[in-house]
Design a protein around this ligand. Structure first.
Ligand code: TSB
Ligand code: ZN
Length: 647
């Protein structure tokens, strides 16, 4: 764009180009362009305050609360407001850092004691007062040694340390209402933009995340442009708490963790192990009916195996260090593929044998940073419903489609309806993460797109999300917080067959190279169970419920009949328990409800005499007395059909 005299030409987000006088601010342009929601802007790609004057032609994009970058600015300014309020109420507090996070913001303070709930309330009130004063937020520049003098003079040791770590001179600060904080911004134009504020929690946090350094006090908060948005967010948060699989896992006795065992290493309790076993049986049976061959291979392997596969080069950050025994170096496997490849290589394969589908409930170990561990959803020891399909190039599309159909079938049976497809491609610039061979990637990505077209499924492309060895289709499922997680994955791989020199004998008796598909349908048992707990808020569908029926004898004299009912149910494959406690019936019913047992059978004199049961369903309530045999027929039929409407 050419410059015309004292004018600058500005390309706006709608593609139009307007001329303005040189020196006009972004705020004025926003007003002129009717961009009322603008909180900050991107000027030729760089984020800037709205107060920034324009000295040259530029392309402008607005950052609003609707986009993640805009929200970051909003929450960053909210963090400053929090620091200002704390500084006013606790003048002795020393400030550390206060960034925006994915949902809201936090700020770390050194005040020598934890914040109390009443402190939080006062701070929040003060933030609201400060926001109501609607003070401008201005960027100022301070010479470096002047800034250092100020920090040291006020005992702001953390800020001084931060400053020592950056080369800037002068240093950028943001000032509002007399409060200043060293910061590169950008920020909102004024504090009044922050309309609805909630401080959510406090916790201890080590300075710089280093446990040898000072323990600081962190305050988490969230803010929105309107009270309605804040209320909706808090309601969502409450619902997420209600469904949180970590809390339900504890209350329903499904799984636990112990510091003596280690972080991210789950202990499946009997009820959780039951849910897992039902899922495992379900998927193994289904896979066998579709021509998968299940194998068992060890959780360890020689590091040489992972050097051949490329994991050691590209995936080492997620692997545990080698264990030396005798003359071998062993690693805990982070993936099962190399073992399955060795199974493929066990004997010569011919074109007629393909596709070979090798499956395993394969246990694997990944080093995940402690900060990202989350209940069962992200762990360090996990069992994947894994398979590797070895096929001829001409079979690739059909095999891929077969896997997607299997995923769809499993989701139907599990009642998962809310999911979307993500095409995870490589980022060609990231040479460390992805093996380099442009031709191979283009080919694999092309095959993947073709298969998706053949299926007629819509998908979203994501650069940089591929595996190091190839592109993949990921099935993304939103969790209770609305963030999505990968459950199923189907990956096309031309790389590992090459690395391992895989072959089959072609029709012409010449050696040919197979293609590999890596696929997980139910994901890891850990992640799937975490997900199902949240999806059903702990009330598993009948076929998955760890305890399907609980028999409640009214008095001790009905115990022997209750036991007989239990045995009859168990003999028919129904998971039944008896509440043999001396509690009153009402109490027993409530306890069964808390444990979300689908059916309660109350038995007293009449039931014992008539070989009957009084049925209470988890959702429909009292259903009256029925012959035991009729109830068993009904419940076994509902279990076998995996119906979700059995209730
Ligand atoms: C599908 N080699 C392939 C396999 O053949 C593989 O391992 N792919 S993966 O790396 O994408 O992992 C498969 C699935 O495991 C992921 O899609 C995800 O659902 C699940 N998963 C990955 N990491 C974790 C973790 N830390 N905790 C729980 N589940 C995980
Ligand atoms: Zn694999």
């Amino acid at each position: 764009m050419a410059q015309v005299g004292e004018q600058v030409l500005v390309r706006l987000p709608d593609g139009t180009v307007r001329a303005y006088r040189r020196g006009i601010t972004l705020a004025e342009i926003a007003r002129d362009a009717g961009a009322h929601g603008a909180l900050a802007a991107r000027l030729d790609g760089a984020e800037r305050d709205l107060a920034t004057p324009l000295e040259a032609d530029a392309t402008v994009e607005w950052l609003t609360f609707a986009d993640p970058a805009g929200r970051s600015v909003y929450w960053h300014s909210s963090a400053h407001l929090l620091a200002q309020a704390v500084r006013e109420l606790f003048p002795q507090a020393r400030l550390a850092i206060g960034p925006p996070i994915e949902d809201g913001f936090y700020y770390d303070f050194d005040i020598g004691r934890p914040f109390l709930p009443e402190d939080l309330q006062r701070i929040e009130d003060r933030m609201r007062e400060l926001a109501a004063r609607d003070q401008p937020i201005e960027r100022i520049y301070v010479p470096r040694d002047e800034a250092m003098r100020r920090f040291e003079g006020r005992g702001e040791t953390y800020k001084a340390e931060l400053l020592r770590g950056i080369p800037d001179d002068p240093v950028s600060f943001y000032r509002q209402d007399g409060f200043e904080d060293m910061c590169r911004g950008p920020h909102l134009p004024s504090t009044g933009r922050i309309k609805a504020i909630k401080l959510l929690s406090t916790s201890g946090a080590y300075w710089r995340g280093d446990e040898r350094r000072e323990m600081l006090q962190r305050i988490y908060g969230i803010s929105f442009p309107s009270q309605e948005e804040l209320d909706a967010y808090l309601a969502r948060l409450e619902e997420a708490r209600r469904r949180d699989h970590r809390r339900l896992g504890r209350e329903l006795g499904l799984f636990t963790f112990a510091p003596e065992v280690g972080q991210g290493l789950p202990l499946w309790l009997p009820r959780g192990a039951t849910v897992r076993r039902i899922l495992e049986r379900y998927i193994v049976d289904l896979e066998e009916s579709l021509g998968y061959q299940h194998v068992r291979t060890p959780d360890l392997a020689s590091i040489e195996l992972y050097k051949i596969s490329g994991h050691w080069e590209h995936y080492r950050d997620n692997m545990y260090p080698p264990i030396r025994v005798d003359s071998e170096e062993l690693v805990l496997r982070p993936m099962n593929c190399p073992h399955h490849i060795m199974v493929y290589k066990h004997h010569q394969r011919s074109y007629r044998d393909l596709p070979v589908r090798i499956a395993e409930l394969g246990t694997m170990y990944r080093y995940e940073r402690s900060g990202v561990l989350s209940g069962l959803a992200r762990v360090r020891a996990m069992t994947l419903n894994d398979a590797h399909i070895f096929c001829r190039p001409d079979q690739l599309t059909d095999e891929f489609i077969g896997v997607v159909r299997l995923i769809q079938r499993a989701y139907r049976d599990l009642g998962l309806r809310d999911f979307w497809y993500r095409l995870s491609l490589r980022d060609p610039r990231d040479r460390a993460k992805f093996v380099h061979n442009d031709e191979m990637w283009d080919h694999a990505e092309g095959e993947l797109r073709r298969a998706m077209q053949a299926l007629g499924l819509a998908c979203v492309e994501a650069r940089g999300e591929a595996s190091f060895y190839g592109p993949k289709l990921d099935v993304q499922v939103p969790n209770v917080l609305g963030k999505d997680e990968t459950i199923s994955t189907v990956q096309i791989d031309f790389y590992l067959p090459e690395r391992f020199g895989l072959e089959y004998t072609g029709e012409d008796s010449r050696p040919r190279r197979p293609v590999m598909i890596h696929r997980g349908v139910l994901s890891t048992m850990e992640r799937m169970v975490a997900f199902l707990i949240e999806q059903y808020a702990g009330a598993f569908p009948l076929w998955l419920a760890p305890e399907q029926v609980r028999v409640l004898p009214i008095a001790d004299r009905h115990l022997s009949y209750a036991r007989r009912v239990q045995e009859t149910l168990r003999a028919r494959g129904v998971r039944a328990e008896v509440d043999a406690s001396s509690e009153r019936t009402g109490r027993k019913i409530r306890e069964a409800e808390v444990m979300k047992v689908p059916y309660m059978l109350v038995v007293g004199d009449r039931e014992a005499a008539q070989e009957a049961v009084s049925v209470r369903s988890r959702v429909r309530g009292d259903e009256g007395s029925q012959p035991l045999a009729a109830f068993i027929d009904r419940v076994t039929e509902a279990i076998a059909s995996r119906r979700h409407d059995e209730e």
